[in-house]
Write a protein that binds this ligand. Structure first.
Ligand code: SRM
Ligand code: SF4
Length: 550
């Protein structure tokens, strides 16, 4: 018997190319909300309706509707923008949003706290900068990531361009975005919409993610993606990509049908054929993904349901390009580079630490002010990393001194953060994320203070250990690939997972099903003590745990 389609399927089919009644809803001044179906459609335009969860009780007591506002997420393939764009984005964020820019784990940025009437002006201002939010969310291909490292070779430059090429190749064809946000020409047909050969009229069963990694650096956590592209460079020549499929991290507490999955490498494809292959993989997921249960709709479940051999055969039968055997590659690093370093053209880069991806001014570390002053010089590019940090790019010798002075003035050069803190990732969680069960970015810095102390007492203060925290099991901070993963279960309670490696190749495992802060710290104190005395050579904490865990 055919399973009943999920409610989102009907809504997409009836949306007239993702238009719905969004335009009308934006004009309704009586409420800060949009209708349920328009909230779903809005995601395809890069925005989520949210509310300040800290203020719910106060609003309810006053018999007011919740404090609704919107989050907008930009589509920035490879996370690369220029100084003018950064400068103006800071201005737009101050003018219309909360004033704090959030660098996300997928190399782009989000603004929070935009009230409904300011949503359209915000997106119009992005457009003036040549930026958009199309397909930053929704059941389509999302922001394409690429290793953020500077051009260490000509091959790096060439590979970097694939983030943009793939993103453009898989963009939805509807003009709804231009129509709703930029006052573009209206669709004549009352029922139909533009034809879209890839997404048809019901788009994908679920979100879809692609990342490129350039070995030996896996700073995009390539195996967490529906499609992971591992660049293969031989004799300084970029040949193509090994392809990993079916990565994905989200799960639901108590639902054993859901689980995090590491991508499976299925072969190699030359660079000339990669656009066709990714298109075909997306089309397979479009045709075979589960459209009845959104919890089981990601490509990882399609692959596990139908089998990886079936998947490879299906792909080879659809595509003009046959997969070749995978080529050897090695990852030996995942974290970002900090401080000053040079690329092959002798241009300078500066990697700055951004705690939890939040660009703001903190006492002694005035990051937001420093970035604004640097952007005013128009002497570098700005690149976001998948570890939620920022890199200033393409700086010549002369401008390096100027930028260095600014970094010094605002305390950025003096940062004394531990390696563990610099490696840590936290998702947004409370108060804006409606799915959060516990704190994320508001709490992790305090917990890291305590973890640093127990690392120091165990004599391993200089050893980087990746700690990642999320407010729920959806995995936005990729905690399942951390050495220490903390996954929100209830207010103040986390699942503690241990034993991931430091290159993003191995998933960790559950150590405690539900732990409060003292239980987490007690466990780590004891394990750090054992690790300090029993580790073998340079063995990481994750590898040590994995080797010794029963
Ligand atoms: Fe995520 C949903 C934030 C990266 C898996 N994610 C959400 C929402 C939109 C909550 C919602 O549905 O209403 C969160 C908005 C919070 C807020 O207030 O802003 C949210 N996700 C984020 C970001 C901002 C976390 C961060 O602190 O950086 C990241 C934005 C990335 C981007 O720029 O596109 C973010 N989300 C991820 C990642 C990591 C990655 O892609 O590398 C994952 C795990 C990988 C994966 O997709 O499997 C991830 N987010 C999810 C899921 C679980 C999906 C699933 O397959 O089960 C949800 C929930 C859902 O889709 O129903 C979700
Ligand atoms: Fe929200 Fe959960 Fe994602 Fe954190 S992991 S941002 S709490 S959906």
């Amino acid at each position: 018997m055919e399973k009943e389609l999920s409610i989102n399927e009907k809504m997409k089919a009836e949306s007239r190319g993702l238009r719905g009644d969004i335009a009308k809803g934006l004009g309704n001044k009586l409420t800060g909300e949009l209708s349920d179906s328009d909230q779903q459609l809005l995601k395809f335009h890069g925005s989520y309706q949210q509310d300040d969860r800290d203020r719910r009780e106060e609003r309810e007591n006053k018999k007011l509707e919740w404090a609704y506002s919107y989050m907008v997420r930009l589509r920035i393939p490879g996370g690369d923008i220029d100084a003018t764009q950064w400068l103006e984005l800071q201005n737009i964020c101050d003018k219309y949003a909360s004033g704090t820019i959030k660098i996300t784990t997928r190399q782009t940025i989000q603004f929070h706290g935009i009230v409904k009437s300011r949503l359209k002006p915000t997106i119009q201002d992005f457009d003036k900068l040549g930026l958009d939010t199309i397909a930053a969310c929704g059941d389509v291909n999302r922001n394409v990531m690429c290793g953020a490292n500077p051009a260490l070779s000509d091959a790096h430059d060439e590979i970097f361009q694939y983030a943009d090429k793939i993103s453009a190749h898989l963009l939805p064809k509807t003009n709804a975005f231009t129509e709703i946000w930029l006052d573009g020409e209206k669709l004549n047909d009352e029922k139909g919409a533009e034809e879209d050969p890839l997404y048809l009229d019901t788009y994908l069963p679920r979100k879809f993610k692609i990342a490129i990694a350039i070995p030996p650096l896996n700073d995009t956590d390539v195996f967490a993606n529906d499609i992971g592209l591992i660049a293969i460079i031989k004799d300084n020549n970029f040949e193509g990509f090994n392809i990993s499929v079916g990565g994905g991290l989200g799960m639901t507490h108590g639902n054993s049908k859901t689980y995090p999955r590491r991508g499976t490498v299925i072969g190699f494809i030359s660079k000339e054929k990669v656009l066709d292959i990714v298109w075909q993989i997306v089309a397979i997921q479009r045709d075979h993904g589960d459209r009845s249960d959104r919890k089981l709709a990601r490509l990882k479940y399609t692959i596990d349901r139908l089998g990886i051999e079936w998947f490879k055969t299906e792909l080879n039968s659809r595509s003009e390009s046959m997969l070749e055997n995978e080529k050897p590659f090695l990852f030996n690093r995942r974290g970002d580079l900090y401080g000053w370093f040079q690329d092959k053209k002798k241009l300078w880069y500066y990697g700055a630490f951004v705690e939890s991806g939040l660009v703001k001014d903190e006492e002694g570390y005035l990051l937001k002010s420093s970035l604004k002053e640097i952007a005013l010089l128009k002497a570098c590019g700005f690149r976001f990393t998948g570890n939620q940090n920022i890199m200033l790019t393409n700086i010549d010798d002369q401008k390096k001194d100027l930028i260095n002075q600014i970094l010094e003035k605002y305390g950025i050069l003096d940062e004394k953060f531990s390696l563990t803190r610099k490696d840590a990732i936290a998702c947004v969680a409370l108060p804006t994320c409606p799915l959060a069960l516990a704190e994320g970015q508001r709490y992790l810095p305090t917990l890291i203070n305590k973890i640093e102390k127990i690392q120091d007492s165990a004599g391993i203060g200089d050893t980087p250990i990746s700690v990642r925290m999320t407010g729920c099991p959806n995995g936005c901070g990729r905690p399942y690939l951390a050495e220490i993963g903390l996954i929100g279960k209830a207010q103040g309670k986390y699942v503690l997972r241990l034993g991931g490696d430091s290159y993003g190749e191995r998933l960790n495992q559950v150590y405690l099903e539900e732990a409060d802060e003292s239980e987490i710290l007690e466990s780590l104190r004891s394990l750090f003590g054992e690790y300090a005395t029993q580790r073998q050579g340079q063995e990481s904490f994750g590898d040590y745990f994995n080797r010794t865990a029963q």
